[in-house]
Ligand binder design. Structure first.
Ligand SMILES: Nc1ncnc2c1ncn2[C@@H]1O[C@H](COP(=O)(O)OP(=O)(O)OP(=O)(O)O)[C@@H](O)[C@H]1O
Ligand SMILES: [Mg+2]
Length: 237
């Protein structure tokens, strides 16, 4: 049984159907990439999975349970966490306080301590900067904090919305390495949304391409990398 299974997921914003009958699944321990151009519905899909927007149709199952009726807080408690597009940190709060906002659903102090240590181990720069205002960090460092904040919820499924957006190539490589480590060493399941399709497909086990709110291609990451349609549409080949 997949860890996450999304069936016929449809989201409307007023008259606009942002995603339409989207179907996909994530197996335990898997990295799944969602690729697609601007406005394809990638962020909407993630927001619907974590319950930040209501689906107008469809069923979401997580850990064998139908979570369609659960709100965002309950979904986070169940182990789904989102690092949103554009980072959305509190710029005038310290890095540490930003991280702690991610732990609002966690009551165990020892879990909070363990997660902080894991994040600092993953991103030593975040540890060094923990008392600095988040707004004073570089874009790449802020992205590390945003991923850290999502990890503070102690998720079983981590969803990352465009972690490479607007970040220098060297830092993108560091973040990619962190994503691989979280998956390989902690067994964390990850949904990775990227406009950098090459990066996402390279990191992922399975992948889905969205266009105008619909899934138009799916397969192993390596298969999609070699697919002429994907190469032409998303890889600039
Ligand atoms: N809050 C909203 N209200 C109305 N329309 C929205 C809202 N959020 C997104 N949309 C629209 O829904 C569609 C899908 O947007 P979404 O943000 O999910 O795409 P995306 O694939 O994440 O794009 P990008 O790569 O630019 O981040 C777009 O047409 C967008 O304009
Ligand atoms: Mg988006």
């Amino acid at each position: 049984m997949p860890m996450l299974e999304v069936s016929d997921l449809t989201v409307r914003y007023g008259a606009l159907e942002a995603i339409r009958k989207v179907n996909f699944s994530v197996e335990e321990g898997e990295i799944v990439a969602l690729i697609g151009s601007n406005g394809a519905g990638k962020s909407t899909t993630l927001r619907a999975i974590v319950g930040l927007v209501n689906a107008t149709q469809g069923v979401t199952r997580f850990g064998g349970r139908d979570i369609t009726a659960l709100n965002a807080a309950a979904r986070v408690r169940n182990g789904i966490s989102l690092s949103p597009e554009g980072r959305r940190l509190f710029g005038r709060m310290s890095v540490l306080d930003n991280l702690l906002t991610g732990a609002y659903s966690v009551s165990s102090r020892s879990t909070i301590k363990t997660m902080l240590d894991e994040i600092y181990d993953l991103f030593p720069r975040v540890r060094e900067r923990r008392h600095q205002l988040a707004g004073s960090l570089s874009g790449g460092e802020q992205q590390m904090v945003a991923i850290g904040r999502a990890l503070m919820a102690h998720p079983r499924l981590l969803m990352l919305d465009e972690p490479s957006l607007g970040i220098a190539p060297k830092v993108v490589a560091e973040i990619a390495q962190a994503i691989e480590r979280l998956n390989k060493e902690k067994g964390l399941s990850i949904i990775l949304v990227e406009q950098n399709a090459r990066l996402a497909l390279r990191l992922s086990h399975n992948a889905y391409a969205l266009e105008h709110g619909e899934v138009v291609r799916s397969g192993r990451g390596a298969e999609l990398l070699a697919d002429p349609f994907v190469q032409k549409a998303y890889l600039g080949v």
